[in-house]
Design a protein around this ligand. Structure first.
Ligand code: FES
Length: 136
């Protein structure tokens, strides 16, 4: 699932809500409260400045969109424009209020989706660390 990019770098996270209908299965990530995976697809200054768009976000977005639609239908992939980690991207962030996952590429999608389905957020943080998180 994808929709239009957000225009702000701000965090618009909202608390988890029950959006599942009766009888729908949830994956482990959504059970942990993460309903959305945000991906920055921003190009800054036509590739002259570091940006997720210049670091593989387009291919990552395409691959994640396909795989998440298949394996994680209850999670949303939301393209956004800049999450403030431009030089470390592509930037992913679990939402609401989840960790940043930095530097993933399209070839990492099977691992990412598998770990999301298992709710193994620690493995994702270890594989795609955020140096600004101070080891969280
Ligand atoms: S360009 Fe992706 S975080 Fe800024």
């Amino acid at each position: 699932m994808t929709d239009r990019p957000e225009s702000s770098r701000g965090d618009r996270d909202t608390p988890p809500t029950s959006r599942q209908g009766k009888g729908q299965e949830e994956n482990a990530s959504s059970e942990a409260g993460f309903s959305t995976l945000r991906l920055c697809i921003n190009f800054r200054a036509g590739d002259f400045l570091p940006s997720c768009g210049a670091r593989g976000a387009k291919r990552l977005h395409e691959a994640l969109g396909e795989e998440m639609a298949r394996a994680l239908p209850d999670m949303t992939l939301k393209p956004v424009h800049c999450l403030g980690r431009c030089h470390l991207g592509p930037t992913l962030r679990l939402s609401p209020r989840g960790p940043f996952l930095l530097g993933a590429q399209a070839e990492d999608v099977p691992f990412i989706v598998d770990r999301l389905a298992a709710g193994d957020i620690a493995a994702l943080q270890a594989a795609f660390p955020d140096p600004e998180a101070g080891g969280r």
